[in-house]
Design a protein around this ligand. Structure first.
Ligand code: AKB
Length: 504
């Protein structure tokens, strides 16, 4: 595999698989494609993204030729719950989409095609525990029907045309990044979001519905390991059983409760219960273990811990952003009130020269006037020097000028270890440069091969009378460069700096 196309790159599995493949095969060699117009930020920032409808065979052919693609991961599919509501659409997309990919695979002589299947292939007349690799396949959901037909289609293209096509039967996949959409196992992701937000979870499956599940890290590993396996060692092709853990809603709830004792759940089964009831409890994956050394890493305990850790972190950062936005609103409101008071007190003073200025000032305005008398805040420009200033350089400088009452703009640059630049718009709590403010700042750290990341977000900056200043805030990560630590997969980062300001 040298030039890879991921179809369905915005979905739950596709989005994480694309990033992992880019790490392994190089950003430029993994083309992400999906029907959605707006890809997730990380997909857009790390490589090429193309909009594609897998039903449009001609457009797909052009895309494969344009990028000289030799391997495809085809992950675009309608899942079980949505499929049950729209059976014809489910059939059309899951079967005809796959058929387009397989036909183009033969026509353009592609090296490898990976089309995942699902545990939905099982239904009637099959053992529920440890269902074996070559068992009866009699699904009762439309999604299951398309997955069985898809597996048979792939195997047909392998034997008839010698196409290298591979697939594995995913259990329910649990991840803390992109949400799943329209599956029956989605509850096992949703439950973590409720736990972290402190909400009671309303589960759409009954408490004892046992289903096979897998953590996303294992799912990505399984997909790439199978794709990279030696074809000659594979006895199966499109239908590998893979397993990691099985649990019921009650069991995952109990596991979460170990970390969140106050967490509550209510069971309100809906139409998805029937789909889940038709599936198996657990899977025998010995063929995958034997043929390409499959072995999962996460069990229910390790997965629960990781899910809660990551989601709590995200949730806290989200809250910080909301707090920063509220602070900004408060600062703007406060500054306007100051300005209005100052304006009206000036008018009063002009009208009535007999009245002592100090007496006519509102309590809000008095400190401002007092400060003006002491002379420490009359300047409207400032040079700021310090740690992580100038767009996040280890040592940086910013220049700020008040352009309108309480509004300032600043630009700056920094040095060491990788050079930086930045800028921002500052909303001062009071209409002078020495006051505290909320700033909306852009940070850019490093350039070209040394680019680390760029951020934009709100920052609260404290300024003391005697030149000290410090800021803290949250920045949405706009770009990640070659220097970024990609194991650190966060969309938002803490931004802060500390130093001195010199008004003049
Ligand atoms: C679904 O619930 O539809 C999927 C699956 C088991 O393939 N997660």
């Amino acid at each position: 595999m040298q030039r890879i196309l991921v179809i369905g790159a915005c979905g739950q599995i596709g989005s994480e698989l694309t990033l992992e493949l880019r790490k392994k095969y190089g950003n430029d060699n993994v083309i992400a494609a999906d029907i959605r117009k707006e890809p997730p930020v990380q997909i857009a920032n790390t490589g090429i993204y193309e909009i594609i409808d897998v039903m449009n065979k001609d457009a797909l052919r052009e895309l494969i030729k344009k990028y000289n693609i030799d391997s495809i991961f085809h992950l675009a599919a309608i899942l079980s719950a949505v499929g049950e509501q729209n059976p014809a659409i489910c059939w059309n997309i899951n079967i005809n989409g796959s058929l387009n990919v397989l036909e183009l695979g033969v026509e353009l002589k592609l090296n490898r095609i990976i089309i995942p299947s699902s545990m939905a292939v099982w239904g009637k007349y099959v053992e529920k525990e440890n269902v074996c690799q070559d068992s009866v396949l009699q699904p009762t959901s439309m999604y299951g029907v398309t997955k069985v037909a898809g597996e048979l289609l792939c195997d047909y293209y392998v034997s008839k045309f010698g196409l290298d096509c591979r697939g594995l039967r995913y259990p329910g996949i649990i991840s803390h990044e992109t949400l799943p959409g329209g599956g029956t196992t989605d509850y096992a992701v949703d439950i973590f979001y409720s736990a972290v937000k402190g909400e009671k979870y309303k589960c759409f499956l009954s408490e004892n519905t046992m289903l096979p599940m897998m953590f996303m890290a294992d799912c990505i590993k399984a997909t790439i390991d199978l794709a990279e396996a030696d074809f000659d060692k594979l006895e199966h092709h499109s239908n590998f059983n893979v397993a990691a853990m099985s649990f019921t809603p009650k069991q995952i709830f109990e596991e979460i409760k170990k970390f969140k004792p106050a967490f509550e759940i209510e069971y309100v089964p809906d139409f998805r219960q029937a789909i889940a009831d038709s599936w198996v409890y657990s899977i025998d994956d010995s063929a995958a273990r034997k043929e390409w050394n499959w072995k999962p890493e996460y069990d229910i305990t390790a997965m629960t811990k990781k899910m809660l850790e990551v989601l709590e972190d995200k949730f806290k950062k989200g809250l910080l952003c909301v707090i920063a936005a509220l602070m900004f609103l408060f600062a703007s409101f406060n500054a306007n009130a100051q300005t209005n008071n100052a304006d009206s007190s000036q008018t009063n003073n002009a009208d009535s020269s007999q009245i002592n200025n100090a007496d006519s000032l509102s309590q809000e305005t008095q400190p401002v006037q007092a400060d003006i008398k002491s002379g420490w805040q009359t300047e409207s420009t400032s040079i700021n020097l310090g740690f992580l200033m100038g767009g996040g350089g280890l040592l940086g400088a910013d220049f700020e000028v008040l352009v309108f009452k309480n509004i300032g703009i600043q630009i700056g640059a920094g040095v060491s270890p990788i050079g930086s630049f930045g800028g921002g718009i500052n909303f001062h709590f009071k209409p002078y440069i020495n006051s505290q403010f909320v700033s909306f700042q852009y940070f850019h750290q490093g350039f070209y091969d040394n680019h680390y990341a760029s951020y934009f977000g709100p920052m609260y900056v404290f300024r003391a009378k005697k030149r000290f200043q410090a800021g803290i805030g949250m920045g949405a990560i706009l770009s990640k460069g070659p220097n970024w630590d990609y194991s650190n997969d966060v969309p938002i980062a803490l931004i802060y700096n500390i130093g001195m300001y010199f008004p003049f």
